[in-house]
Ligand binder design. Structure first.
Ligand code: C2E
Ligand code: CA
Ligand code: CA
Length: 276
């Protein structure tokens, strides 16, 4: 706009960028104040290997922001901003409640074995009243707590491991399960599976996608699943896209898998059409 033969440095703090960010923040605030109705929960099936055959055993809840202004916004585009603004507490509670309601519905209509996984932000988990909010969801939905798994990442434990262990113990004391998400991407992963009370380890998709070309990734997935198996912890591999990967994990002690090979995240309606 300023004409040819000139250059300018890109500046993330330039007025236009800041203005755009502020605009999106306002829209997000408004969406939260409007009872989070624009935040839609999608469900990606989680498959369990039953006699080697992948069978749906539930789903991971993944939020999308269905914004009239921005269209369908994926979590990578708004979660960190929502965390900074603390809006994640309301959004996360909405997702937790919706997911628990859905799962209870599946359990009552032909699939008592289905479970639901919900991602928790560190901001959400470290609120002083998180456990009360979890209780409210359990009471309000009457879901069997065993069917509700809360997914946390290693970043949670970095600051205050002791506090984190207490929290996870309290969650499990209510009967809910805990999964460690994105395993292998943190910087002291093995220490976390040694110290954190866990029911499931989810191996990050980076290892799964490299498994067929990279010997290390193959050995990593195999070894972590054996370790988890001996510790009596479930293993879920994420990001399964090709049948070659299914063949390979079939030989390891992996019991759960998730990925586009089986299905992408679906609206509640589509998930129920296909899997209920
Ligand atoms: P995540 O928890 O690791 O979720 C898995 C992500 O991988 C999802 O992206 C899913 O759509 C994608 N995915 C699944 N299978 C495949 C595959 O085979 N190949 C590839 N390339 N990708 C696959 P999505 O839905 O965009 O979510 C991104 C991240 O946003 C999630 O990563 C999670 O960390 C976060 N997130 C999603 N929903 C929530 C939420 O309700 N609360 C919080 N705090 N975070 C959330
Ligand atoms: Ca997850
Ligand atoms: Ca993950």
């Amino acid at each position: 706009n300023k004409g040819k033969n000139r250059f300018e440095f890109y500046d993330a703090n330039s007025d236009a960028v800041v203005a755009e960010k502020v605009k999106m923040e306002q829209a997000m605030r408004k969406a939260v104040e409007d009872d989070c109705k624009e935040f839609e929960v999608y469900y990606q099936p989680i498959m369990e290997f039953v006699n080697g055959i992948p069978t749906c055993c539930g789903a991971e809840a993944l939020v999308r922001w269905n914004s009239p202004e921005y269209g369908l916004v994926l979590p990578d585009q708004f979660i960190s901003q929502a965390e900074q603004l603390k809006l994640i507490n309301s959004i996360g509670q909405h997702v937790l409640l919706e997911a628990a309601k859905s799962c209870k519905h599946w359990n009552d209509f032909g699939h008592p074995e289905y479970k639901v996984n919900v991602n928790l932000s560190v901001v959400q988990l470290t609120q002083s009243d998180f456990l009360d909010k979890l209780d409210m969801v359990l009471k309000q939905t009457a879901i069997d707590p065993q069917n509700l798994t809360l997914e946390v990442t290693e970043s949670l434990a970095i600051n205050d491991m002791e506090r984190m262990i207490k929290l996870l113990d309290a969650i499990r004391a209510k009967g809910c399960r805990v999964a460690l998400d994105d395993f292998g991407t943190g910087y002291s992963s093995l220490n976390y599976i040694r110290t954190m009370p866990l029911d499931t380890i989810k191996i990050d998709r980076a290892f799964v996608s490299d498994m067929n070309s990279d010997h290390f990734s193959e050995v990593f997935v195999k070894t972590i699943s054996e370790l988890a198996d001996s510790l009596d912890v479930d293993v879920c591999v994420e990001g399964v896209e090709f049948d070659k990967q299914v063949d390979m994990i079939g030989k390891f002690s992996v019991n759960l898998a998730q990925g586009f090979f089986f299905d992408k995240p679906l609206t509640k309606e589509d998930f129920e059409k296909k899997y209920l």
